[in-house]
Each structure stands twice: as structure tokens, then as C-alpha cells.
Design a protein around this ligand. Structure first.
Ligand code: TXA
Ligand code: MG
Length: 318
């Protein structure tokens, strides 16, 4: 409560000015809240890493307000154009070779020769980006490894008065963007997310969009493997029974009624609804009075793949 009163709430226009002057600002997107800073300003970008306690080898996504601006920062190609025409603005991030003499800070790319970039679709995010008129680096607005923020309150729990915030309400997609690596002959899926793998395969006329190899030291994407997205409580997947001192995260109709607290991602088994609810329900269930969070079976079809990707990683030992 105290933290909330201290957090400065900015309008999109004010946020644009603050970002231009090198401040870090928490901004809404359709996926999760981001911790934004001027991607061309070394000091501003370094502040993001400090605030998040993020390892310096984990690169950031750059957010822009128009497809046409991507070419200022990355080596654009026909495949990127096709994906951007279809999905931008929206929850898809493209990894491309960075342009020579790019103004983007080396801290954003963590020294890689590639850059991750996207145009978000949240109206307030676009308003902020237009007001700032600079590329904005923004990781999810949470302490590294912890639950991602889908509501202003989650951001405040993480950063309190340290970071001013633009309130764009609860996010709609609820899961981070899909990340596709276009630096290889065959595109690879670095992170499943709001845009379905199957839709990308269809658009790109690919039989399969292979997933990047799960390797914790992968130079391709250092932050995409290992434990992440984790609540404080242990997570137990594919639960078929539940103890009375456990919290239960259910999907679809469930008869497991004994839990200390129950949240249902989607009683009708709707994946989109489940994705929207995932982080906010994990925030609700992650209370010290429960022993663990049991999660019922969620099929890895459609958006279920991205949901299970996050839950699997949340359940890994830290
Ligand atoms: O939906 C989203 O993508 C949200 C909103 C705020 O846009 N952002 C987000 O950022 O999820 P973050 O930092 O939490 O996750 C970005 C992931 C990291 O795992 C990072 O390793 C990977 O993207 N990444 C960034 N730049 C990359 C690059 N050049 N090559 C490969 N992976 C990269
Ligand atoms: Mg994150």
C-alpha cells in the first residue's frame, strides 16, 4: 500500500518526455508490462539491468512504433517484411542482424550481432513510443526470473517508487511475445508466445518452425533457458490430486475441490482466456500460507504450448 502511494503515475505524453531524458519508465504492452528506456542511451539501458538485477549477457527487445522504422536498426529482409505485414503491431518479436553503425546501445544486444525488435499493439504503448520518438528497450517489468507483470500492481510490487508507471490496465494477451530468429536459413522459434507457431509455419510455408535447442549457455539467446517466470512457491505440474494445504491452478472443468485456494485459468478450457489469466492467477496463488501450487493438465496445443513453456520453466529448480 505504501509503495503504491509513492509510485509516480505518468500519462503517455509525460512518459515519452521522461524516456527521452534518459529515465526508466514502466509501460503497458498487450503482452506484459515492460521496463522501458531509450535504447540508444547507454546509461538509461544500464539502469534497466540494475533495476531488474538482470545478467548483462541477456539482451533486450527494442520496441518501435512503425514497421517502417525497423530498417533503421536491423538488416531487414523479405521474410521479416512478410511476418511484420501479418503480425505487427502485435506480440511477435523478430531477431535479425543488427545494422552496421546502428545507434542502439551495445548493452541492449549484450554484445550480440543481432537485435530483437517488435511493434507492440497496445494503444497506450504506441502513444508512448510516438511521444518518445526513439526506440525503446524494454524487458518485462519484473525482477529477473520472477513472475511477469500483467497488472500495474505487479509492477509496483517489484519496483515501488523506484520506477514511474503508465497505467494501461491489465494486459490482454498475458504472455510474452513469440520470438522468431530470422538470422538463420530456416527460421527458429526462440520463445513460444502470443502468436502461434502453427500460424507462422503457415504464413512462411514451412513444414516446421523448429524450436531453438534448450541449452543454458546458448549464445543465441542466453535468457531463454533455465528457471524463469517463477513464483515463490514450488510448482507441481499435471496434478491429478491436490492436498488441502496446496493452492490449485486449474484448467477446464475440474473435480479437484479440496485445495486451500483455487483459481481456474479457463473453466471452459479456452486457451486465450487461460493465457490472459496465467500470471495474474499465479500472483494470487503465490502466498506463503500455501505449501505449493498444483497445476492440472494443460494440453500443449495452440496457446497451450506457450502456457506450458512458462509453467515448465517456473517449475524448474532455481
Ligand atoms: O512480450 C514481450 O516480449 C515483453 C514486452 C515488454 O515486450 N518483453 C519481454 O522481454 O518479454 P524479456 O526481456 O523479458 O524477454 C526477452 C527475451 C529474453 O529471453 C532475451 O534473451 C531474448 O528475448 N532476446 C533479446 N534479444 C535477443 C537477441 N538478439 N537474440 C536472441 N534472443 C534475444
Ligand atoms: Mg521476462
Amino acid at each position: 500500500m505504501e509503495k503504491q502511494q509513492l509510485t509516480q503515475i505518468l500519462t503517455a505524453q509525460e512518459a515519452g518526455l521522461a524516456l527521452r531524458s534518459g529515465q526508466v519508465v514502466a509501460i503497458p504492452t498487450e503482452t506484459v508490462y515492460g521496463l522501458g528506456a531509450d535504447a540508444t542511451n547507454e546509461d538509461a539501458v544500464q539502469k534497466i539491468f540494475e533495476l531488474k538485477q538482470r545478467p548483462g549477457n541477456n539482451p533486450l527487445i527494442v520496441h518501435i512504433d512503425a514497421v517502417s522504422k525497423a530498417q533503421l536498426y536491423v538488416q531487414w529482409d523479405e521474410r521479416a517484411q512478410r511476418l511484420a505485414d501479418e503480425y505487427w503491431p502485435g506480440p511477435l518479436t523478430l531477431v535479425l542482424p543488427i545494422r552496421e553503425h546502428s545507434p542502439i546501445s551495445k548493452y541492449v544486444t549484450a554484445g550480440l550481432s543481432t537485435l530483437a525488435i517488435r511493434v507492440p499493439s497496445h494503444e497506450v504503448a504506441l502513444e508512448i513510443l510516438r511521444a518518445a520518438d526513439i526506440p525503446i528497450a524494454a524487458p518485462s517489468a519484473n525482477i529477473s526470473g520472477k513472475l511477469s507483470p500483467t497488472e500495474p500492481q505487479h509492477v509496483i510490487q517489484n519496483f515501488g517508487a523506484l520506477v514511474p508507471l503508465v497505467d494501461g490496465g491489465a494486459t490482454t494477451v498475458g504472455l510474452e511475445s513469440t520470438i522468431v530468429d530470422l538470422t538463420t536459413a530456416i527460421p527458429t522459434l526462440l520463445r513460444p508466445g502470443g502468436i502461434l507457431k502453427e500460424s507462422i509455419e503457415q504464413l512462411m510455408e514451412l513444414a516446421d518452425l523448429p524450436a531453438a535447442q534448450a541449452h543454458s549457455n546458448s549464445p543465441k539467446s542466453p535468457g531463454l533457458f533455465g528457471q524463469h517466470y517463477a513464483p515463490q512457491l514450488p510448482i507441481r505440474l499435471d496434478a491429478t490430486e491436490v492436498a488441502s494445504d496446496e493452492a490449485l491452478l486449474a484448467f477446464g472443468p475440474t473435480k479437484l475441490g479440496k485445495a486451500a485456494k483455487i483459481c481456474n485459468l479457463s473453466p471452459d478450457g479456452n486457451f486465450e482466456e487461460a493465457a490472459t489469466n496465467l500470471y495474474s492467477m499465479l500472483h494470487i496463488l503465490d502466498q506463503p500460507q500455501y505449501r505449493s501450487i498444483a497445476v492440472t493438465h494443460i494440453p500443449k496445443a495452440g496457446l497451450g504450448r506457450a502456457i506450458m513453456d512458462r509453467l515448465h520453466r517456473a517449475a524448474l529448480p532455481s
